[in-house]
Design a protein around this ligand. Structure first.
Ligand SMILES: N[C@@H](CCC(=O)N[C@@H](CS)C(=O)NCC(=O)O)C(=O)O
Length: 211
């Protein structure tokens, strides 16, 4: 049985949980807030969530965990069989993850936890997020899914990244990051109904068990 460590409030924890559900894999959730303590770092060397434990081996980084899940349970596939289509889906994943989410995440402490951020950091991040969203918008297919006609990892990374991008953009830059991308907004609404995602959302809202 796979042990999934982290908190249900985390977008990458939620994404990983949705993948395990999509794959029909058995897993156990273990509450583990991010930490720099040695035992945590043994599971996740940057002290981040999520991580999983498989037969005594720890794996961090959502994409590595997802790749593991895809290999042990190929169906339903979360990447297209066609090599070019699979590469395009992963290309979109990386731009969502690195150029939109990770860029915006720099201002998470200021947006959500009352930390201060310099005008320079806010300005640079604003430009990076806008640029990252242009890259995401350029690759986004939305016919009807993020990377084409099948549900893929690109849908999951889009779903679990755009909330952070839009809330930070609204709070810190006063902009709607999806204003120029109505097709992404429609995609998010469709994905919210998907059973795996709906279950993750519902369980994250529950108070018990407190993860
Ligand atoms: N690249 C990592 C990102 C994981 C990540 O950013 N996790 C956040 C929560 S969503 C975290 O643990 N933050 C706490 C910290 O940075 O100390 C992945 O894909 O798993």
């Amino acid at each position: 049985m796979i042990k999934l460590y982290g908190l249900r409030m985390s977008n990458y924890y939620s994404l990983t949980k949705a993948v395990l559900i999509e794959k029909g894999l058995d897993f156990e959730e273990i509450k583990a807030p991010p930490s720099q303590k040695d035992d945590y770092l043994a599971r996740s060397p940057m002290g981040k969530m999520p991580s999983v434990e498989v037969d005594g081996t720890f794996i961090s980084e959502s994409l590595a965990i997802v790749r593991y899940a895809e290999q042990i349970q190929p169906e339903p596939a979360l990447l297209p069989a066609d090599p070019v289509a699979a590469a395009k889906a992963l290309e979109l994943v990386m731009h969502v993850k690195l150029d939109a989410e990770l860029a915006a995440r720099r201002l998470l402490p200021a947006a959500m936890f009352g930390a201060t951020a310099s005008e320079e950091l806010i300005d640079t991040t604003h430009k990076e997020v806008v640029r990252g969203m242009q890259a995401v918008g350029a690759l986004m297919v939305c016919k009807p899914y993020a990377a084409g006609d099948t549900f893929t990892l690109a849908d999951l990374y889009t779903y679990y990244s755009m909330g952070l991008v839009t809330s930070i953009s609204e709070k810190m830059f006063g902009i709607d990051a999806l204003a120029d991308y109505p097709q992404i907004r429609d995609l998010l609404a469709m994905l919210a109904e998907r059973p795996s995602i709906a279950r993750v959302t519902e369980e994250a809202a529950q108070k018990k068990p407190a993860t």
